[in-house]
Design a protein around this ligand. Structure first.
Ligand SMILES: Nc1ncnc2c1ncn2[C@@H]1O[C@H](COP(=O)(O)OP(=O)(O)O)[C@@H](O)[C@H]1O
Ligand SMILES: [Mg+2]
Length: 346
């Protein structure tokens, strides 16, 4: 049985995309470590871990994949299963609201199965505690009954490998983090790497796209393969509708239509920067204030928006809050602390 047949296991949907969008993403997912672009260090580390397990004929160590959305965590989990020739079960933190939910999944694993738990930091506390024992000794204690008459029944599990994914590794309790044999921190991709991702995607989609167009998309996708592929799709749509080539002209037109700016910032990125610059005079601004001001959850600001803004040097995190950098004032065409527009590149 695969996870798709199992009604007790929720299939992970990171964002509410359309089915077409998900199918598109699935079709472009690399199937092996060799096909996986970039993250050279992580790839080499995973290779070693899987090879060693194979030689010793045991289940690979538990693996934690940490990093912002769209950098390849789900893809890597699938590759781990594929490369080690093991079945894969998929679940997610939000689907595990009680220890019982986790017990049901764990007790039905077949020997050597890879269990992928996406957004593992959102799992219920009681389930987290059950997971400690399961990861360490492949054993759980199931509570039967309530109150004074409650007893716990030990249950042996089949050996398995847990692959956890999280956009917020800092939210994981230490005992859980410590039980992973290997933690991979995924980084944003460089432009040449993103060009490689796009070249591969264009080939799979049967598109002829010139290098200049791919380079332009690579420079405006927030260092994120998922966004690169999505922009490529929008550009293809644009070219199709306007009976144009999938070239630089379509790229510019499509990116403008979808509000992607020179640095690849999207609407939410710009809203966050705008609040810090114009309402709070460059900061410092606390995370919660910021979240309320743009009408988003603090978690989204912290795990989706900020990492990229920090990475490209528009924002710094200080103990007193978020502060805009000089580069940010310049990029948004504002003069520091006066809030007066001096450029026309907004
Ligand atoms: N290293 C990579 N090489 C090629 N494509 C990638 C890579 N990482 C991600 N992708 C593409 O980006 C999409 C999103 O990746 P995914 O693994 O779902 O990200 P995450 O789970 O971290 O949010 C995938 O469908 C895949 O096509
Ligand atoms: Mg994912």
């Amino acid at each position: 049985m695969t996870f798709a047949d199992d009604p007790s296991v929720a299939v992970v949907r990171p964002t509410p995309e359309s089915d077409a969008e998900l199918a598109f993403e699935g079709a472009l997912r690399p199937k092996s470590l060799a096909e996986f672009v970039g993250q050279a260090k992580v790839r080499a580390q995973l290779h070693l871990l899987l090879d060693a397990a194979r030689i010793q004929n045991r289940t690979p160590d538990h693996i934690l994949l940490a990093g912002p959305p769209g950098l390849g965590k789900t893809t890597l989990a699938m590759i781990v299963a594929e490369e080690s020739g093991r079945p894969l079960r998929m679940s997610s933190g939000p689907a595990i609201q009680h220890a019982g939910d986790l017990a049901a999944v764990l007790s039905s694993l077949v020997p050597g199965e890879i269990l992928f738990i996406d957004e593992i930091h959102r799992m219920a506390r009681s389930a987290e505690e059950m997971l400690y024992l399961a990861m360490e000794d492949f054993r759980i204690d199931i509570m039967v009954g309530k109150g004074a008459g409650a007893t716990s029944i030990p249950l042996d599990l089949a050996p398995f490998t847990l692959v956890g994914a999280t956009t917020r590794s800092g939210m994981l309790p230490n005992p859980l983090r410590d039980r992973f044999g290997f933690t991979a921190h995924l980084e944003f991709y460089s432009e040449p790497e993103l060009e490689q991702v796009l070249t591969r995607a264009a080939a799979l989609l049967g598109l002829t796209v010139d290098r200049g167009a791919l380079a332009e998309i690579a420079g405006r996708c927030r260092g994120t393969p998922r966004i690169a592929n999505r922009l490529l799709r929008r550009v293809r749509d644009y070219a199709l509708v306007h009976d144009d080539e999938v070239g630089l002209r379509s790229v510019h037109a499509a990116l403008e239509l979808y509000d992607v700016d020179q640095l690849g910032l999207d609407r939410l990125d710009r809203a966050v920067m705008d609040i810090i610059l114009t309402r709070f005079d460059g900061g410092p601004v606390g995370l919660n204030t910021l979240a309320v001001s743009v009408g988003e959850e603090a978690e989204t600001i912290e795990s989706v928006v900020e990492p990229f803004l920090v990475r490209i040097g528009l924002l710094t995190r200080t103990p007193r809050g978020r502060v805009a950098t000089r580069l940010a004032w310049k990029h948004f065409g504002l003069s520091e602390s006066s809030g007066i527009l001096f450029g026309d590149d907004l």
